[in-house]
Design a protein. Structure first.
Lengths: 213, 206
């Protein structure tokens, strides 16, 4: 059997073998149908309903992305007056305050990464549906990158948590979490779930089917 | 093809692209990558697994410290305020954003704590050369918890908050922050030496 790049390979599923997704132990599909003999993880050829689950989480994340960016994440009340800060506003404040390395960090973690994650997951899912073999290795890399950077988006939620608890100076200043805080947290959690539900082997399966068709 | 007739112990299947391939024993510093998609299949770990238990215990001590002291404190015009991780969660809850409190609780406290406890349990089982009850479930849980444990993201969040407040208040990093830093370094070292296939390999030979 020849692969995308002409390399010879046999897929485990074509031989009736299942690799455990947790511990890597190889089982014969017949003798060990539902759980890995070694670690007890459920054995499946591919993650169940991977595409529909992933699409559902992704769509939910995309919807939450809108209020997350429009509403304030943080509301401050000081002697100088009330102020609302959106996520982008927080970046601008840091930038103007002269701490531009930190402004860049927050910009990447809170704005670039979530948006990139939504777009990249859409691309990956659509490419499976299209049975595309276009830039397969790059897409596999993209997915590994997504899994690695996704969690760093939680940064802003932790910043809000600390500021809200710390700035409780009665008459001088208080800070409260805004409505966007929950929405933004939901974007991060939902897009992590979207990536976790996605079975990256589908990229290779889809490209393989296209090849042999 | 001859691969189909080889015993399962000499084969490995790539988790990312399902390609079946021969596994060979690795020497120091070697890494086995999937020939088809380049994913890392196996890594030489040698006896590194022995280090995981002491590192995890040290990290657990620091974790207790990190949560018994404030993380950061500020002072404005003689008024001093400080907060710990759990304190900030309680405050979020009191202010009527329980959803955010829950996210911070799970990713900043529960997942890192569970990871340390479960890792200690799994490695004690290995050290005692006995299969502790529920060990398979626990090792699976460890794998599942990994992305949700965000102590290092929280630490960075604490630093960003300090910088944000530095202009308007005097800020003091507290013992909690230093302890948290130690937790992150020790946990990272423990995680680098621990992998699930390696764990089961060791459990089989023990």
């Amino acid at each position: 059997m020849s692969g995308i790049d002409g390399a010879q390979f046999l897929s485990a599923s074509s031989l009736g073998l299942l690799g455990c997704s947790v511990c890597g132990e190889l089982s014969r599909a017949l003798e060990c149908e539902c759980a890995c003999c070694r670690c007890g993880a459920p054995l499946q050829q591919r993650k169940r309903e991977s595409l529909s689950r992933s699409w559902a989480y992704l769509l939910a994340a995309a919807i939450m992305y809108i209020p997350a960016n429009l509403y304030p994440v943080l509301q401050s009340r000081t002697v100088a007056g009330d102020e609302s800060h959106t996520i982008m506003g927080g970046v601008v404040t840091l930038w103007r305050g002269g701490s531009w390395p930190l402004a860049l960090l927050v910009f990447f973690a809170s704005i670039v990464v979530p948006l990139l994650k939504l777009l990249a997951m859409t691309l990956l899912l659509a490419s499976v549906h299209a049975r595309s073999s276009w830039r397969l290795h790059e897409r596999a890399h993209l997915f590994r990158l997504l899994e690695f950077v996704g969690r760093w988006s939680m940064l802003d939620i932790f910043v809000v948590a600390i500021l809200v608890a710390l700035v409780r100076l009665r008459s001088l200043a208080t800070m409260d979490a805004g409505p966007a805080a929950l929405a933004f947290g939901a974007v991060v959690v939902l897009s992590m779930l979207a990536a976790q539900s996605f079975d990256v082997r589908l990229l290779w399966d889809a490209a393989g089917r296209n090849e042999h068709a | 093809m001859s691969l189909a007739r080889m015993p399962a112990s000499q084969l490995v299947v790539c988790r990312e692209c399902d390609a079946l391939q021969r596994v060979r024993s690795l020497s120091r510093g070697e890494l086995l990558a999937c020939f088809r998609c380049g994913a890392h299949l196996r890594e030489f770990r040698g006896e590194r697994l022995h280090r995981v238990l002491p590192l995890t215990l040290a990290a657990s001590v620091c974790f207790v410290l990190a949560n018994s002291w404030p993380i950061v404190a500020i002072e404005v015009a003689g008024n001093r305020a400080s907060t710990s991780l759990l304190g900030s969660i309680v405050e979020l809850y009191k202010q009527g954003v329980p959803g955010v409190a829950l996210i911070v609780l799970l990713t900043g406290f529960v997942a890192p704590a569970a990871q340390l406890v479960l890792l200690t349990y799994a490695l004690s089982s290995l050290a005692a050369r006995r299969r502790f009850p529920g060990i398979a479930t626990i090792v699976r849980l460890l794998q599942a918890l990994r992305p949700w444990s965000m102590a290092e993201v929280f630490m960075l969040g604490a630093l960003v908050s300090l910088v944000k407040l530095a202009g308007v208040a005097r800020v003091f990093p507290s013992i909690g922050l230093w302890s948290l830093f130690a937790v992150i370094v020790l946990t990272a070292a423990a995680q680098a030496a621990f992998d699930v296939p390696g764990y089961w390999e060791k459990a089989r030979t023990a």
